[in-house]
Design a protein around this ligand. Structure first.
Ligand code: 6PG
Length: 470
């Protein structure tokens, strides 16, 4: 029997859709799942693609079914399952086989796995895949980390299955070892910020302007035709327009206001903190998920403090709503600036040479944060020296135009008691970033006062101490 060109382990939602995508692009793919029943039912329901799918009952069968040197994609749950899978595969593999971890791995685990495989004849690739179920099936955005040589060996198949933005494939080799998974982690941090800011705008519309969901859906749909055009705005409009089949009420109104998280958003913030990079809008978004989970405590606190949310005065509703599109744009720019700044710092720290313009380009389609806006970011980074996105000329213009709306929006929300943590963090970040003379001189003085930490003076070099002792 003709051998498969590639293998895949883990036929969950992402794995099975990725396998179908690979088969659809003409590749013969061998698949294996821990439970053989799943492998069988997957192959049985693959329809016209089934003749390119080789279902395998054992790991040994899987390895034997692939033509060496074998690329094998792991689509198993991030964490211990990946280590277990690699350990089970290792004795079966031969020189030059490539194990590709396509899950949402913590890049530090990926770095460790690279180190553990060093010196063996096996190659490892840590690959970030974004786009959910639909992306995996019809074209995800793919962020590859590993050696350039191993990338070149899988480039064709990954290019074939990736999303396209105006004919450009949304896949790239981003750097050595953990680079791909790190970039995916930051993608998710930005995803959290994007989603949270949209949710805050929804909160203002619901509790401040008191719009009904149909009117909100129309607004988001309208914004999706403008500068906010993006997948997340598009699906928000659809979500708001949907009715619950059981009760007939707006679907969002019957969903509990408590959101979970799997870890990538949190990791992006931890890594930002480790490198001392301010990523406050992303942090606020991660923290907002934590707060959302405190459902019972929040309900109890509401009975202690009452509801400050009285809605906006009728007179300001129109202006308030008119500001929201630009407010969201400004918040979004600040959050993306933070995400890219974290990647800039990591690129130096781990010596990856992350290509910022390429990252923006491969996020333009396929992934959850896909948007027109990323094209503008790609242009800003194209050939430009690294630096904060907010300092790029195009973004200076955009922020100059949009920040006043963000400022008014945050101020109105604060006065009405509507929580907008990510939008406020974005505004504070912008204000701190554009303030030439901040207030850390006082912090320096305090540190010197209680701990003799020393400070720099504005008028001469060296470390100095204040006259506190006297
Ligand atoms: C993607 C997404 C995806 C992620 C989900 C859920 O790019 O396709 O980022 O990888 O798993 O968005 O993430 P949370 O459960 O942490 O919200």
């Amino acid at each position: 029997m003709q051998q498969a060109e590639i293998g895949l382990i883990g036929l969950g939602v992402m794995g099975s859709n990725l396998a179908l995508n690979i088969a659809e692009h003409g590749y013969r793919i061998a698949v294996w799942n821990r439970t053989a029943e799943k492998t069988r039912s997957f192959a049985a329901t693959a329809g016209a693609l089934s003749d390119r799918i080789v279902p395998c009952e054992t790991l040994e069968d899987l390895v034997a079914a692939i033509r060496p040197p074998r690329p094998i994609i792991l689509m198993v749950q991030a964490g211990a399952a990946v280590d277990e899978q690699i350990a089970a595969l290792r004795p079966l593999l031969s020189a030059d086989d490539i194990v590709i971890d396509a899950g949402n791995a913590n890049f530090r685990d990926t770095m460790r796995r690279f180190a553990e495989l060093e010196g063996s004849s096996l190659t490892f690739i840590g690959m970030g895949v974004s786009g959910g179920e639909e992306g995996a099936r019809h074209g995800p955005s793919i962020m590859v980390g590993g050696t350039q040589a191993s990338w070149l060996r899988v480039r064709d198949v990954l290019t074939a299955i990736s999303a396209r933005y105006r004919d450009e494939p949304c896949v790239a080799w981003l750097g050595r070892n953990g680079a791909g998974h790190f970039v995916k982690t930051i993608h998710n941090g930005i995803e959290y910020a994007d989603m949270q800011m949209i949710a805050e705008i929804y909160g203002i519309l619901r509790d401040g302007a008191r719009l009904d969901t149909a009117a909100m859906a129309r607004l988001f749909e309208q914004w999706n035709g403008g500068r906010l055009e993006s997948y997340l705005i598009e699906i928000t409009a659809k979500v708001l327009a949907a009715a619950d089949p059981e009760t007939g009420r707006p679907m969002v109104d019957v969903i509990v206001d408590s959101a979970g998280q799997k870890g990538t958003g949190r990791w992006s913030v931890i890594e930002a903190q480790m490198m001392g990079v301010p990523a406050t809008a992303i942090e606020a978004a991660v923290a907002a998920r934590g707060l959302s989970a405190l459902k019972d405590e929040r309900a109890a606190a509401e009975s202690l403090y009452g509801t400050p949310t009285t809605g906006f005065e009728r007179a300001i509703v129109r202006e308030a709503v008119a500001d929201l599109e630009l407010a969201l744009l400004a918040g979004k720019i600040a959050a993306y600036a933070q995400g890219f700044a974290v990647m800039e710092a990591a690129s130096k720290e781990f010596d990856w040479g992350l290509p910022m313009a390429t990252i923006a380009r491969i996020w333009r389609a396929g992934c959850i944060i896909r948007s027109q806006f990323l094209d503008t970011i790609a242009e800003a980074f194209e050939g430009a020296p690294p630096g904060n996105l907010m300092a790029a000329p195009r973004f200076v213009d955009l922020m100059t135009e949009a920040v006043p709306a963000l400022r008014r929006t945050v101020a109105r929300a604060a006065l009405a008691g509507i929580p907008v943590p990510a939008l406020s963090a974005a505004l504070a970040y912008f204000d701190a970033y554009r303030t030439g003379r901040g207030t850390a001189n006082l912090v320096q003085a305090q540190r010197d006062f209680f701990g003799a930490h020393g400070f720099e003076r504005i008028d001469r070099p060296g470390a100095h101490h204040g006259p506190w002792g006297a």
